[in-house]
Ligand binder design. Structure first.
Ligand SMILES: [Zn+2]
Ligand SMILES: [Zn+2]
Length: 194
């Protein structure tokens, strides 16, 4: 292993859950900002203020290692078909986003949890940016999706999709996802500023 990229540390707010993202050369990730309600209400559901936008380092799950406090890792879904929102239960800190299927290999790491957020460079895409007239605007999405798909293809070809802290060998989540009730989802959305 090791293509010469950097190792980036991350931790929950209280520091009980820690880990690292390995070998993050710029080719291995895309740094984005998402303004969507699901990303933001992952914070309000956990009792935090609406961040209004969420910085996300998109990479592959095999690069993520949890080195301490893994017993604090939990996961919820906004809806029965929703993606997985991983967080640290010790201090209710949102940490990661993954799709439901392990083979997709994609993970979004919240950049506010990185020890050195500045190490991931410029934002390459912006999603669901509020615009005049209540519309949303996206920037850089085709490139972002293209990079995601090529990372996925490479990992599936190499059989590396199994190498993840988020799914077991059968592709089931390593923690049982809690599905928010309609009331919980409504309460999380109520916490959004717009
Ligand atoms: Zn914590
Ligand atoms: Zn989002």
């Amino acid at each position: 292993m090791g293509g010469g990229g950097e190792t980036l540390g991350f931790a929950c707010t209280c520091g009980a859950l820690r880990g690292e993202i390995r070998d993050v050369s710029p080719a291995a990730y895309t740094n984005i900002v998402c303004h969507c309600k699901d990303c933001r209400s992952a914070y309000t559901h956990l009792g935090l203020a609406d961040p209004e936008k969420v910085g996300i380092l998109q990479t592959t799950q095999d690069r993520v290692r949890i080195t301490e406090g893994g017993e604090n890792l939990r996961v919820f879904r906004h809806t029965p078909k929703g993606a997985l929102r991983w967080f640290a239960t010790c201090c209710n800190t949102p940490l990661f986003f993954t799709p439901l299927k392990a083979r997709l290999v994609h993970v979004g790491v919240n950049t506010d949890r990185l020890d050195r957020p500045e190490a991931v460079g410029k934002v390459k895409a912006r999603a669901f940016v509020p615009s005049p007239g209540g519309k949303v605007r996206n920037e850089g999405l085709p490139r972002m999706v293209g990079r995601m798909v090529s990372r996925m293809a490479a990992k599936n070809l190499n059989g590396e999709w199994r190498d993840t802290p988020f799914f077991d060998d059968e592709g089931a989540p390593t923690r049982k996802p809690q599905v928010l009730s309609r009331e919980e989802r409504a309460a999380a959305l109520m916490g959004l500023r717009s």
